[in-house]
Design a protein around this ligand. Structure first.
Ligand SMILES: Nc1ncnc2c1ncn2[C@@H]1O[C@H](COP(=O)(O)OP(=O)(O)OP(=O)(O)O)[C@@H](O)[C@H]1O
Length: 952
């Protein structure tokens, strides 16, 4: 029977976790960043408190404000020196920066003078025990919690609800742009929030350390505390401060209950936390916790990304990447020959294995723009799994009886374990990747802690070996790899193979699709790319590669220290540092990053601070000053050489025959009746019905205009047609009901779409963007591409040739290798049309195709749109504010007002409709006059398009 005392103890622990979680929620609400420094950040003040009281004999009442002030100042300093400088950066970057801040905090705490009093206890104001009623005991540290947490919560509520600062914080959290307009300085708010979070985490860590008892090993409190606070914050949907406090308390009680009932199952609670976090993430996703576009973004700005070498460049420039990689390989081959010391060889091998693990993160962070904080957990499971398979196991399958798995030879065990971690990563990814934004980081961090505390400890993995599981090496394909140097070369070969896979995937449709999904998931869906599938497939592959790297690392060590180093949650943070330091998304980055993080501390043997220094401070310096990482100077040199020796040439023929564009489905028969029809479509945002029972039809080869005042619901209607928004009513495409289909399925059935913002995929070049659209015809298979199978090279060549034809057709020759992010709006809009051509769309929705264009460009666009219709034989639904353009272009027009169709018919009829004049055109007399003056151009009489005119 569980006692009240156990639950009470859990309640008190939970109060502190809840307090820490409020800091996480505050920071997230104001800056949309998950703050990973919240655990370690508090160590500065909590360590100082112990130091001042125990070592220097200060009274606690004096030391406490000093410690709290130190923690607050650290929060403020972190904001001023790091966060503020990354104000405009993607949130993924800022989150990675918080990992650097956490490392720096740990570094400072480790650097504190040693408290050499043996058995000294952590200072608490009250040392007695109380018995408020029979059977309940309240200790001194618990009394501190019972006093401090409610006091802090009341103070926080008062500051948030009653003070000007609190009002500013709430306003900035609700709508930063509106807050800025009403005179609130978001930077000041951010500083205040970070200071407040520093104060809360210092207080929490002081209270937790009091419960911990000893003044030693305080730095160990970081990850366990952090994961509980993050879990509470996720359960509070990252938005509710009060909810965070409540969730923390519930978790504390749950932990006490679980630990009481399952005393033998160490780490079971961490497993429950993982499940709770994943469930919380799914709920956040369901409740519309969609991230803003900028959340998952390239951690490297597009201008720092590697440029493709133009095909006309001299041979040495075309092969410059090969030279670089050959030089790295030569260094790798020669390295073990520089020393005969086995310990050095082991160090080098460790670096290579970590580079393999980091290469897995390159795909997740560099391409998907997501941050995984669980890669070293996959590595740990790979290592322990391989060791288990190597020695053989007897499995208890319950009613099915016992199964004996005979030991596998070393290389087979490594490969099977890697496949196992890939499957596991797919499962974790299915939960955590459902929500866009940065929730993967939280989910994978919880996974890392659950592995460390629960999975690694299972007898299946650790057997009876305690904290060092043996993993002896043997032979690989008949070659003896028991020697340190031979094993080094084996790991080098695997690293080269992994990097070859990564490089091949990045240059293929798989890498392009991943970057497209990251930069603009809706845009990718419009090109038939299923974001979820791309994310989960790459995350699974990354999990497999991490497992492979981990198994090889285990083989290098020959005895897996699962509870001590390499495979812990903190090591996953270090892996993120390796990737950022090396250069995100770059193939050489993991190698350079691993060389930095493993190699530099080796120059200072025995110094516990060196690893933290190179990964923590190194991470921050690189993020702030060299966001491209160590490969950045190389990329800059490469770009300079390209500018100097291969300037972009306009290779576009003036106007090649459009027949050059291969078309897959152009000749497919269109059904009778409308090609697009909506019935009673309705979309509501909370209380606002943006589209209110709209039924529209678009017939074969028709251009239908959609007009209406700002906010009338035109874009919302188009988004509902595309499946980007949940709607009631039906949508039929080419005679088939597509109401229940996801956007990428609708696109695959012939629905093309361009967006008002024409964002496309900023990091991809024009040619790459068109290749993404061409994936709709022939998708790049992940496994076959990774394995370099010949047919994937043929398919890739065909795709590039088709993209080049489109580039030529649209007169985009000189922009073919330019990243989209560097193009003008007009050029981006032409690339978007190129994408629609690549799709072979049968029904095309254009959302304000001339928005942001100069009048001259707008005039060139009408013929281009007609040309697209002629080319594809498609029907178009076009939203446009330019009345002369839309009235001259359209065969029929619908006018929307407040989400309803108020008129439809021929352009002339709609233009003269009294409701349209009163509700829309009447607002701008000149618009009517201009539209009356507009010549009613028939499609047949349209002038030949001169698309290059619009390219500016
Ligand atoms: N994601 C959203 N959340 C809440 N409200 C939204 C959202 N998107 C649109 N709205 C609201 O729905 C209404 C219709 O917006 P919509 O963008 O469809 O209008 P529109 O006719 O396309 O306007 P514009 O010509 O300015 O693009 C507006 O009141 C808008 O504020």
């Amino acid at each position: 029977m569980i006692t009240g005392q156990v639950l009470f103890d859990g309640f008190v622990n939970g109060l502190v976790i809840g307090l820490l979680a409020t800091g996480v929620v505050l920071v997230h609400r104001c800056t949309r960043v998950v703050d990973f420094s919240v655990g370690n950040g508090g160590l500065i003040g909590s360590g100082l408190f112990a130091l001042l009281v125990v070592k220097y004999g200060l009274p606690w009442a004096l030391a406490l404000p000093i410690a709290l002030a130190a923690g607050t100042l650290f929060g403020i300093a972190a904001e001023l020196l790091v966060i503020r400088r990354l104000f405009a950066a993607p949130r993924a970057v800022v989150m990675v920066a918080t990992i650097g801040i956490a490392q720096v905090a740990l570094l400072i705490a480790v650097a504190y003078p040693h408290i050499d009093k043996r058995g000294a206890t952590y200072p608490v104001p009250w040392s007695g025990t109380w018995h408020p009623w029979d059977g309940l005991r309240v200790t001194g540290p618990q009394m501190s919690v019972l006093v401090a947490v409610p006091a802090a919560a009341v103070l926080l509520a008062w500051v948030l609800d009653r003070t000007a600062l609190g009002g500013a914080v709430r306003a900035a959290a609700g709508n930063p742009d509106l807050a800025r307009l009403s005179g609130i300085n978001p930077k000041l708010v951010s500083t205040a929030v970070w200071g407040g979070a520093g104060l809360l985490s210092t207080l929490s860590l002081i209270l937790i350390s009091g419960r911990h008892g000893s003044v030693h090993d305080l730095t160990q409190l970081g990850p366990g505390t952090l994961v509980r606070a993050l879990a509470a914050a996720v359960l509070a949907r990252m938005t509710s401060v009060r909810g965070a406090l409540l969730a923390g308390t519930v978790l504390g009680v749950a932990e006490a209950w679980i630990k009481f009932h399952f005393l033998d199952e160490t780490g079971l609670f961490e497993l429950v936390l993982l499940v709770a976090v994943l469930a919380g993430i799914v709920v956040i996703g369901r409740r519309g916790g969609r991230a803003r576009e900028s959340d998952e973004a390239a951690v490297v700005a597009p201008h720092l990304a590697k440029r493709p070498v133009p095909p006309g460049a001299p041979w040495w420039l075309r092969n410059i990447d090969r030279f670089g990689m050959t030089a790295l390989l030569a260094a790798g081959l020669l390295l073990p020959l520089t020393t005969g010391l086995a310990s050095r060889q082991l160090l080098f091998t460790t670096g290579l294995a970590l580079a393999i693990c980091a290469a897995s993160l390159t795909m997740v962070t560099g391409w998907l723009g997501q941050v995984s904080l669980g890669q070293m957990a996959f590595a740990g499971l790979g290592a322990l799994g391989a060791a288990t398979l190597n020695r053989g196991v007897i499995l208890d399958l319950g009613p099915l009886g016992w199964v004996t798995v005979r030991g596998m030879v070393f290389p087979v065990a490594v490969l099977v374990a890697a496949c196992g971690t890939a499957v596991l990563a797919a499962v974790v990814g299915l939960g955590a990747l459902r929500v866009r934004g940065l929730m993967l980081a939280v989910g994978t961090f919880a996974f890392a802690v659950a592995c460390e505390q629960f999975l690694y400890r299972k007898r299946f993995f650790s057997g009876d070996f305690g904290s060092a599981v043996p993993f002896p090496r043997s032979t690989v394909l008949g070659v003896d790899v028991t020697g340190q140097r031979a094993y080094y070369y084996l790991v080098l070969i695997v690293l080269v193979a992994v990097l070859a896979v990564v490089a091949r995937l990045r240059g293929s449709g798989v890498g392009r699709s991943a970057i497209a999904v990251r930069d603009n998931a809706d845009g990718a869906a419009a090109y038939t790319i299923a974001a979820g599938r791309v994310r989960v497939a790459l995350f699974a592959l990354a999990g497999g590669i991490a497992g492979l790297g981990g198994a090889l690392l285990g083989g290098a060590l020959q005895s897996i220290p699962w509870g001590e180093r390499y495979f812990l949650a903190n090591d996953s943070l270090t892996l993120v540092a390796i990737v950022v330091i090396g250069g995100q998304g770059s193939v050489a980055g993991p190698v350079l990053g691993a060389a930095w993080v493993v190699g530099l501390p080796a120059l200072f043997p025995g110094n516990a601070m060196a690893p933290l220094l190179v990964s923590g401070i190194g991470l921050l310096i690189l993020l702030l000053y060299f966001p491209g990482g160590l490969v950045q100077p190389g990329h800059a040199l490469r770009a300079a050489l390209i500018r100097r020796y291969a300037p972009a040439a306009d290779t576009a023929p003036a106007r090649p025959g459009v027949a050059a564009v291969p078309r897959a489905r152009r000749l497919a028969l269109l059904p009778e009746g409308p090609v697009l029809a909506t019935r009673d479509l309705r979309v509501a945002f909370g209380g606002l019905t943006a589209v209110d029972g709209v039924s529209v039809e678009v017939h074969r080869r028709e251009i239908v205009g959609l007009i209406g005042a700002n906010g009338a619901g035109k874009s919302t209607l188009m988004n509902a047609i595309g499946g980007y928004l949940p709607a009631t009513g039906t949508v039929a495409l080419l005679g088939n009901d597509v109401t229940r289909l996801a956007p990428h399925h609708r696109a695959a059935r012939g629905l093309g779409r361009t967006f008002q913002s024409a964002r496309l995929f900023p990091e991809l070049t024009v040619r790459e963007t068109l290749c993404v659209a061409l994936e709709s015809r022939d998708r790049s298979p992940l496994a076959a591409t990774a394995l370099h199978l010949p047919h994937t090279f043929r398919a890739e060549r065909a795709r590039r040739a088709a993209a080049d034809d489109l580039v030529a057709l649209l007169g985009l020759g000189r922009y073919a290798d330019t990243p989209i992010g560097e193009l003008s709006t007009g050029t981006r809009r032409i690339v978007e049309l190129g994408g629609v051509l690549a799709l072979d769309a049968r029904v095309i929705c254009l959302d304000e195709p001339t928005a942001g264009l100069a009048q001259r460009e707008t005039e060139a666009f009408a013929p281009l749109i007609r040309e697209v219709r002629r080319e594809l034989g498609a029907a178009l639904l076009v939203i446009e504010h330019d009345m002369p353009l839309i009235l001259s272009l359209s065969d029929r027009v619908y006018c929307l007002d407040a989400g309803r169709v108020i008129a439809h018919g021929t352009p002339e009829a709609v233009r003269d409709d009294p409701a349209v004049v009163a509700g829309y055109l009447g607002t701008d007399r000149r618009a009517i006059d201009r539209s009356r003056a507009a010549p009613a151009v028939t499609p047949a009489a349209a002038p030949a398009a001169a698309p290059t005119v619009a390219v500016t």
